[in-house]
Ligand binder design. Sequence first.
Ligand code: TRP
Ligand code: SF4
Length: 433
Amino acid sequence: MATKLDPWGAVSIDDYSKLFEEFGISSFDDILPQIDDPHPYMKRHIIFGHRDYQKVVEAMKEKTPFAVMSGFMPSGRVHLGGKMVMEEIIWHQKHGGDAFVAIADMEAHSVRGISWDRCKEMGIEEYILSLIALGFEPSGTIYFQSKRQAVRDLAFELASAARFSELAAIYGFSGETNVAHMVSVMVQSADILHPQLSDNGGPKPVVIPVGSDQDAHIRLTRDLAGRMRKFLVEEREGRVSLRGKAAGTELIEAAAARLREMGYRKVKRYEEHIDVFDAMAKDLGRVEEEMRSLEVEAGGYGFVPPASLYHRFMTGLTGGKMSSSRPESHIALTEDPEEAREKVMKAVTGGRQSLAEQKKLGGEPDKCTVYELLIFHLSEDDGELAEVYDECKSGAKTCGTCKKEAAERIRDFLVDHQQEREIARERLAEYGL
Ligand code: TRP
Ligand code: SF4
């Protein structure tokens, strides 16, 4: 069965390694050693894949500008899955990224039929308060799609580079799909690219932390970013070659002049492209950056293709998928801490039929939703996790005590978090909300 990556459908990903081959997502393991102070999700392989994250890692290292952006559809209660994205955004903000968070009210309105008032209320009550409570700083930007003119304008612009046939192929849109749903796809691309507009400091690497169900959006947006470019700089037969797709004669001329100013002597200009015979593969990055600046000076976008991070999904507490429509499968950040505690006490574990069997065979932490809660949310300490894992496997630990500990931690976390949310409520004005 082909892996299904449908942003509006149910997610079923049986084997994450397939995503690497089928969709060209790169494995995160390869890049992990280059990150100085990795987030626990990185170390614990919960973030398993990426596109182009290399550029962001370099920017973090060299302290050059980069941004992080993601969005939330205000269509239900925010649960632990949403918390994961929030933490990833905040981590990048703390590591120097300019942070942007979209409340996708246009998407919720057009795809789910949620009223604007309700979108606003849910955006604030569910998502924004928790985001701030978890540590999002006011130096970042939180916005509602419908209220952000630059995003709406960019969406319109991007729509001229997108064709119905490709949206149909990517998302299964048909003649029956409402047009606003299609518009909301363009708005999401605009969300992702707008940190690179001049008003936000111009082109830069931007990382989008998401669940892998959102990869279709990322691929489309990366394509659109390329289509908006005026220049394509590439290596051909060992030398640098530049194509001015939509550049026009004047800009091609300006590019040739700029290349000569850069010191290249063998710049040969054709109608729509330029070959630089004395620029080699190693010069590619330098030429690319210079042409990007030229493009921006000439009023173009110069977009860098957005990077992305993909995390694994948590299993629902009842086994199977975690779903926002089934309260018993998830823990909402706003739910009663006592009820959350009880849910964990009833959660599906990797324990055996009987205590005797457990002692003999040991438990299966890899199949245990309680262990997942610990690694995803409830333990900061890798040493402690290793201990729980070993004790579970060896049969020394019993599910009863293990659950009780996790259940108390989730209760305590929610009590604290909900207090933080009330403090956040008083601070909304600092975020322009
Ligand atoms: N479509 C996303 C969702 O269903 C929400 C979203 C809107 C988003 N804009 C975004 C996600 C930009 C990442 C980046 O949850
Ligand atoms: Fe899960 Fe803990 Fe039971 Fe092991 S002992 S299966 S980790 S609940």
